[in-house]
Design a protein around this ligand. Sequence first.
Ligand SMILES: [Zn+2]
Ligand SMILES: [Zn+2]
Length: 197
Amino acid sequence: MIDASFLVALFKDNENIDIRHINLFQKYEKSPLKVSRHKKVIKIKIYCDECKEENRYNIPLKLLTRPGGHHVYCCGCGYELGYLGSKTDVEAVVTKHRRQVELLIHEMGLDEYFTNPLVVFELINYIHDMAENKKIYCQCSSQDVAASLSSDKIELTCKKCGATYIVKAGDRKDLEAVKKMGSIIIKSKSCDKLIKY
Ligand SMILES: [Zn+2]
Ligand SMILES: [Zn+2]
């Protein structure tokens, strides 16, 4: 008997793996994933945030839930976008992925020091990405920013003028708040003076 459903795990964030349940009898469209069935072929489309492009994969229906599942990589950047397969396989991969993150957190020593190591870990990654995409800058126009960590916050310092910005990292709400921000602007002290003169 063919199981009419399968799972897709999307690895967008390091901690928050997004698991989607797909029913083969229904068209599925919920960003970044689109699934449709064309006779004996399942068409999967996953949008890569990094490349701003949609990746397309065709998987024969009979291979969809084969043991071992399917790792899905972006054709552009090579990043592993997700994993799809049977419920059992996807759950096993997700568990393994979470353990690897926990191990990494432990090796970085984050679990001894932080109130919420998972949140800090994800924030560090997120802030790193923001910095790479030039989304963090200081009012003094510098984008040269250093980050330092303490138990429940990350402090960003402008290397040029010394202005600082505190990113709270105590719980998931702090993380969500940062994700909603398009960019982080560090308030420069010298800039304040310029406005006030
Ligand atoms: Zn990509
Ligand atoms: Zn500055």
